[in-house]
Design a binder for this molecule. Structure first.
Ligand SMILES: NC(=O)c1ccc[n+]([C@@H]2O[C@H](COP(=O)([O-])OP(=O)(O)OC[C@H]3O[C@@H](n4cnc5c(N)ncnc54)[C@H](O)[C@@H]3O)[C@@H](O)[C@H]2O)c1
Length: 291
């Protein structure tokens, strides 16, 4: 099966940029959220990413400014923002990127099952949750698959293609082919909490969180030590602000609940989320919270 038209549900930190990845690989895409304000933010994010990518090509003199402008218009023209399911009747592949909560995911999968054609693959961008549990909300568990992008989706090449209990070999193959068609590098993963990437990343960041709590060092100090040592391109607290503290917290809690205390949940992060400080998307997180 070939993906002629795709959709992304949830236009937040990940959704807008994922829609841009689809559109820049020539795939028309519908971008849906619950409110026009969020749809507009997602469309704006997609335009920013396109502008930055094409701007680099202009700088390297691989494109003229006129060519870049024309390409930007074409890419933007392939993304249709919406708050309803009217344009989902002929989609071949839908990726949900709604918050990391099983109740929300299952509700979205149930709706998608009703509004998309029977052949359509229903994929989840979940960072850690069970694909099989999401599939239970549909009448087509064989066509439900994990398709996990990493942040930032336009730059990170890896996609984890996750096989639920009922996912068919054909669905795995279509998802794998689609990941390659959008110029990414798919790896096939079995279903387990956190899959591969986040299980590795969270075991390392658990230690950083413990050190911060035990030493009382500031977030800035730890980020600076890590970036000065060139251990990571970005400080982990700064990065968490960009990812969204609510999402990172949900993943950390799920890993701790699944594997035990070797996965730590940072207390300061719990407090920030409880106070509504989610990082870049609300303006305050680890950074800016003492202002
Ligand atoms: N943030 C990251 O770095 C990151 C990286 C990889 C994967 N993920 C995963 O991607 C998913 C989305 O994460 P995010 O960080 O983009 O979340 P986010 O909170 O930034 O955005 C979620 C969006 O979904 C919308 N939404 C909520 N309910 C909806 C519904 N029923 N229908 C349509 N839209 C709805 C919200 O309005 C919001 O705009 C999560 O499963 C997360 O684990 C996140």
């Amino acid at each position: 099966m070939f993906v002629f038209k795709a959709a992304v549900v949830g236009a937040g930190t990940m959704g807008g940029e994922i829609a841009q990845v689809f559109a820049s690989a020539d795939v028309p895409v519908v971008l849906k959220d619950v409110d026009q304000k969020f749809v507009d933010q997602g469309l704006e994010k997609a335009q920013q990413v396109t502008g930055a990518q094409l701007g680099r090509l202009v700088k390297k003199e691989k494109l003229t400014q006129e060519q870049a402008d024309a390409q930007a218009e074409e890419i933007a023209g392939r993304i249709t923002g919406t708050t309803d399911y009217d344009a989902f009747g002929d989609v071949d592949f839908v990726l949900e990127a709604v918050p990391e909560k099983m109740e929300i995911k299952q509700a979205v999968f149930e709706e998608l099952d009703a509004v998309t054609p029977g052949h359509a693959i229903l994929a989840s961008n979940t960072s850690s949750l069970s694909i099989s549990e999401m599939a239970e909300a549909t009448s087509r568990p064989d066509k439900v698959v994990g398709f996990h992008f990493f942040y930032p989706a336009s730059m990170m090449r890896l996609i984890e293609v996750i096989e639920g209990d009922e996912t068919s070999p054909e669905t795995m193959q279509v998802a794998h082919n689609f990941a390659q068609a959008i110029r990414k590098m798919p790896i096939r993963c079995a279903e387990c909490p956190g899959f591969v990437g986040n299980r590795i990343a969270n075991s390392a960041i658990s230690e950083i969180w413990r050190v911060q709590e035990e030493s009382g060092a500031s977030y800035e100090e730890i980020d600076k030590a890590i970036t000065d040592a060139k251990a990571l391109p970005m400080g982990p607290f700064f990065l968490t602000d960009q990812l969204g503290l609510d999402t990172v917290l949900k993943v950390a809690q799920h890993l701790r609940d699944s594997y035990g205390d070797r996965f730590h949940v940072h207390k300061g992060m719990e407090e920030l989320v409880a106070a509504g400080n989610l990082g870049a998307k609300t303006g305050k997180g680890f950074y800016g919270s003492d202002d």
